[in-house]
Design a protein around this ligand. Structure first.
Ligand code: HSE
Length: 341
């Protein structure tokens, strides 16, 4: 039996709970995984803890009806995130608070406290991993637990497992890809004639954009993912500030039309490469030939090509944003922890 606490019950946290609930039987039959959600703590929606396990369907119903979980019958109410991480009887803490790529907070503190309390951590939060992965990995190792972060890059599409496990034994010389769902969704729909502000609003409503969407459109989210990939898979020591960055805010409909006339498409491309002993990286809009496989990656679909010594280019294409998609990324990390227990 694995007991799970979820910090942050917005799009990601609640969709992870939904996946866990809907796949409960399959997880038991196929993997022998039995799992209880014992605690949820969210700064806006409330907190509830029951060491015996919470009724996920009831939590989801409450969130749908009132966007609050305070009305849950039973359990201990009102434990803040730090107390939940320290005191709930969870084996695994799922940290799904909002991303802050400047301080990593509040996620960084949640994760450190959870690791110190010897709980495995799964996070969807890009800030702490982009800013402090080596320190968090060391802390996890010292406490004999794991820190996993599959869904920080391309939501549930398995990029981290591909790079760290599937390509183990290769030298990854670099990568190139489309790593932000919101901006790719905006560029795709602008090409169809939509207006930038309307499409961004829609992306927020659909749960693709960050709480603070300037992070998406100014390229910072893609930079965070680039740093995460480079540091975890290429052994780089990149900081967010080291990555050259330009977002899509200056792209006007006339630029998209001009690209079309040249038989090209504008894409926000993330790129990392080795330069001697260093790894360098850049995120910027590029004019991509229609024959380039990245040109046909549209909407919230993302793509990533690793350049490896053993296989040459290895490409993965899949959803880059979305609640259910990210919920599945958390589930894949949970299954990896289950396999190792
Ligand atoms: N805001 C992010 C994106 C969510 O649009 O890609 C997934 O990390």
């Amino acid at each position: 039996m694995i007991r799970v606490a979820v910090i942050g019950f917005g799009t990601v946290g609640s969709n992870f709970a939904r996946v866990l609930h809907e796949k409960r039987k399959m997880l038991k039959d196929r993997y022998g995984l039995e799992c209880e959600l014992v605690a949820v703590s969210d700064i806006n929606r409330g907190a509830v803890y029951d060491p015996e396990g919470l009724d996920i369907a009831e939590l989801l119903r409450l969130v749908k009806e009132s966007n609050k979980i305070d009305g849950y019958k039973g359990g201990v109410k009102g434990m803040d995130s730090i107390r939940t991480v320290r005191e709930a009887n969870a084996d695994v803490v799922v940290e799904a608070a909002w991303t802050n790529l400047e301080t990593g907070e509040p996620g960084l503190t949640h994760i450190k406290e959870a690791l110190r309390a010897k709980r495995h951590v799964i996070t969807s939060n890009k800030g702490p991993i982009a800013l402090a992965y080596p320190e968090l990995k060391r802390l996890a190792d010292e406490n004999g637990v794991q820190i996993r972060f599959e869904c920080t890059v391309m939501s549930g599409t398995p990029t981290i497992m591909l790079g760290m496990d599937g390509l183990a034994g290769h030298i990854v010389n670099g990568f190139r890809g489309i790593l932000n769902g919101t901006t790719n969704y905006i560029l795709t729909n602008m090409e169809k004639g939509g207006a930038y502000a309307d499409i961004l609003k829609e992306a927020q409503k659909l749960g693709y954009a960050e709480v603070e969407p300037s992070g998406d459109v100014e390229g910072l989210d893609a930079v965070g993912k680039t740093v995460i990939l480079a540091n975890s898979i290429m052994g780089a020591k990149l900081r967010v500030a080291d990555v050259e960055r330009e977002g899509i805010t200056k792209i006007a409909p006339k630029d998209i039309e001009a690209a079309k006339k040249q038989g090209k498409r504008i894409k926000l491309i993330a790129h990392a490469w080795r330069d001697g002993a260093k790894v360098k990286a850049k995120v910027s809009p590029e004019l991509v030939e229609l024959t380039d496989p990245l040109a046909s990656v549209t909407g919230t679909t993302n793509a990533l090509t690793f350049d490896t010594d053993g296989l040459g280019p290895v490409t993965i294409i899949g959803k880059g944003a979305g609640g259910i998609e990210t919920g599945h990324g958390i589930l894949s990390d949970l299954l990896a922890i289950h396999r190792s227990m």
